[in-house]
Design a protein around this ligand. Structure first.
Ligand code: SF4
Length: 400
């Protein structure tokens, strides 16, 4: 039986029976049950997905969200060398670039015209620590570090446009989380994994000092202490086991239980590319994606679960069968600079495929409706810009 057949049958079974058959799938899952069900066999998969959909529908019924964004790759210089990355460059390498303030503003203004409400700042981690060229670029621009420059560019976009920044700068200190929270309603850092073995020679995070799991957890925890709405997630298929996926999700869940600040958990699948060190690694299967999403949904049933549609094309709409309630950032303007070979779906197509599954597609802000209040009060500029774009029920005012 093909996966798509399985999913159709699951939907029917759910509609017919309207109940979950397996007592083990009580929500939230225990760690042991999560480890058992992330390995569900093909016969068990429909039941797992049915339970996950039930959890999603109790959390948010009938609505799937996305954030209409522009992608601003502030600098692709990075001091890390992750084995799956095509984004990063060394100075002098073809395509190496640090955007100027004019370039940042031009992209943001173009996005504004297309109804975007998010400026996603994605950038390499602390390149100035390794590269004198980046130190020189920053000196010319008038900033002491990449994070100082990022802060200024977030403020520029916030001040000059109606877009809300969402920075993803890598590890952040207590001070930097606080500073960036004054110019952005949310921020993000993928946990990716909690498996330290991936730091070993030849593994995905060999020579990636900013990917030490404990350091990433510390950043996420610090954001929690400060009440900053935070996006994180895991990357599957980079050498971790199914148990590792559960462990990473449990680490996120534990931080969320303590601080209540995780607005979104992304389940991202590794995609192979010819130019990366991991060019001959197998990609995770759709079945692994569905099982991981379903288990995530049932470990953190009241957190938004997202999976990027462009990394699961074709048939990305089947991810809805596993309990996601968000498609993440989708841009009508800029490519996915992290996965440039995988274009984002056209927004009309995304809408139609989401509707065909029985959901309304709604445009959200980079901060989810239930996290708008925690994002407020950190600066008058941010408050006024947020108030200007928030519409009905906390979604984007120009929602489409
Ligand atoms: S994934 Fe991020 S941290 Fe790793 S090399 Fe690429 S830009 Fe740097």
């Amino acid at each position: 039986m093909r996966n798509s057949d399985l999913l159709t049958e699951t939907s029917n079974r759910t509609l017919d029976s309207g109940r979950v058959l397996h007592e083990e799938l009580e929500i939230p899952l225990t760690p042991g049950t999560a480890r058992r069900w992330i390995r569900a066999n093909d016969e068990e998969l429909p039941e797992l997905l049915s339970a996950a959909r039930g959890a999603r529908d109790r959390f948010k019924v009938g609505v799937i969200t996305y954030s209409r964004k522009v992608f601003i790759p502030l600098t692709n210089l990075c001091r890390d060398y992750c084995g799956y990355c095509t984004f990063r460059r060394d100075p002098g390498q073809s395509g190496a670039h640090t955007m100027t303030p004019d370039e940042v503003l031009a992209v943001a203004r173009a996005g504004e015209k297309l109804g975007c409400t998010e400026a996603l700042f994605s950038l390499g981690d602390k390149p100035e620590r390794n590269f004198s060229e980046m130190r020189e670029t920053l000196r010319r621009l008038g900033f002491r570090s990449t994070l100082h420059y990022l802060e200024a560019m977030c403020e520029l976009v916030l001040r000059e446009t109606s877009l809300l920044p969402h920075p993803n700068p890598g590890l952040m200190s207590t001070e930097w989380i606080s500073r960036l929270a004054a110019v952005s309603p949310s921020m993000g850092l993928m946990l990716e994994t909690t498996n330290n073995a991936l730091l070993a020679a030849g593994a995905a995070h060999d020579n990636a000092p900013d990917k030490i799991p404990a350091r990433r957890l510390r950043t996420i925890e610090e954001a929690g202490k400060q009440g900053v709405p935070f996006t994180t997630g895991i990357l599957i298929g980079i050498g971790e086991s199914p148990d590792d996926r559960v462990d990473a999700l449990l680490a996120i869940r534990d931080l969320h239980l303590r601080y209540g600040h995780i607005q979104e958990v992304i389940i991202q699948n590794f995609r192979v590319k010819p130019e990366i060190p991991m060019y001959n690694w197998p990609e995770p299967t759709r079945g692994e994606m569905l099982r991981t999403i379903a288990v995530a949904r049932m470990l953190v049933p009241e957190v938004n679960i997202q999976a990027p549609p462009n990394l699961s094309d074709p048939d990305y709409e089947n991810l809805l069968d596993a309990g996601i309630n968000d498609w993440g950032g989708v841009s009508p303007l800029t490519p996915d600079f992290i996965n440039p070979e995988r274009p984002w779906p056209h927004l009309e197509q995304l809408k139609q495929r989401t509707q065909a599954k029985g959901f309304e597609l709604r445009q959200r802000l980079p901060v989810y409706p239930e996290f708008v209040q925690p994002a407020m009060g950190k600066s008058t500029l941010l408050d006024s810009k947020l108030n200007a774009v928030i519409g009905r029920e906390g979604y984007a005012r120009s929602a489409a």
